[in-house]
Design a protein around this ligand. Sequence first.
Ligand code: AMP
Length: 293
Amino acid sequence: MPSSVQIQVFEKLDDYRRWRCQLPAGERETQALGFVPTMGALHEGHATLIRHARKTCRKVVVSIFVNPLQFGPNEDFSRYPRTFEQDLNLCRELGVDVVLHPPVDEIYPVPLSEMTRVAPPEQLIQRLCGLFRPGHFEGVATVVLKLFNIVQPSVAYFGEKDYQQLAVVRRMVRDLNLDVQIEGVPTVRESDGLALSSRNVYLDEQQRRLAPVLHKTITAVLNDSLTGQRSLGKCLDTGRRELGSLAGVELQYLEACDADSLEPLTQARLPMVVLVAAKFGAVRLIDNVVRRN
Ligand code: AMP
């Protein structure tokens, strides 16, 4: 339900802290403050996370921060879409209380190379996206920990779309005894199956037409292997061959894992997640499908 109070935008962390401090004690309890961290260029996927927060929490804070620490030197940090005014309007419509939109030097007052960083466990990050994006998950875990410390939420919402990221965050919360509840939200898709992503705007017409093949392939691997139609190994081989043969598409990985530990599976069993990453020209897309029962 949209709140009637005006949305507040904070760029300075001290301003946010002042707002946070004046909340009545009750507002700090379980489900009092919901937090949705984003990098902006908001779409229906983000909106769904925000609606979940709005439904359960008394106050909702959304951060919009393109985190330089999670981008590699050859990645798209400077090209990442930035649509702040539009994002703010959407947040307003959805009844968000606070948008935290700090400049880079508010979050990183020292050079990035001198920053203390969170090191997620190797077995969780030396695979899948982590293999193709060295340093990415350290950057994600570090900024998420900083944002949790700044925002002090009771609940934080993350999309299953970034499945390995969600696993890294859950693990950090457990291992470092963070006092925040993590809620995973199922992936929001276009009607043809393509997972919504801020990067989809970079797909040209032909790439956009082809992109739903990712969802089609991972769904086939999940269904065919779990119904026992074909072995998991065969399903993965077929999927890799098909995606690998598409012109203009560079498959990075197609894997099936235990949906909780993210350990690779050799045989289909529940809970299972099938994950894929591929580059369509310069645009890197990821997707996954998960089944728990
Ligand atoms: P980003 O702005 O890409 O960092 O994403 C912010 C949050 O939105 C992350 O928790 C993402 O997993 C989530 N998210 C992004 N795309 C989707 C989607 N299509 N469905 C659900 N959640 C999403």
